[in-house]
Design a protein around this ligand. Structure first.
Ligand code: ZN
Length: 135
């Protein structure tokens, strides 16, 4: 294999509509924003789009998410309570006869308690315990 091919294997060629590329050419010719060549412009444009698409899913994550359920209670991740060091806070909601208790809010009537009661797995555990669910 010629060495030229080895050095260029990290790059690939794609087809771009000529019309679009002509617009890019024009931007570069007018030295708008200081692009030196088409590649520089296209790589930056592509990078921006990739960042956009990879950032969106994180912000679309549910605000409340359960990740651990046992007989005693359910652990909920609350993403609205995130700090600089973490992306959310773990909230413990305990099962009590006839209700659930949020350790964080010290309440049986907060959104964590409400969320816990909405989970089929929690409803299942509570009904097996024979506790009525107040919703
Ligand atoms: Zn709560």
């Amino acid at each position: 294999m010629p060495s030229e091919e080895n050095s260029s294997h990290k790059y690939t060629t794609i087809r771009i509509p000529k019309e679009l590329l002509d617009e890019v050419d024009q931007i570069i010719r007018l030295r708008k924003r200081g692009y030196r060549n088409k590649s520089e412009f296209i790589i930056e444009a592509l990078r921006k789009r990739v960042d956009e698409l990879t950032l969106i899913p994180t912000s679309n994550l549910p605000v409340l998410e359960h990740f651990n359920i046992d007989e005693q209670g359910v652990r909920i991740l609350d993403r609205t309570l995130s700090s600089k060091t973490s992306q959310g806070r773990i909230i413990d909601v305990y099962f009590k006869p006839g209700n659930v208790w949020c350790d964080y809010c010290q309440s049986n009537n907060c959104r964590h308690a409400e969320f816990a009661l909405s989970l089929p797995a929690v409803q299942d555990i509570l009904s097996k315990k024979g506790w009525n669910i107040k919703t």
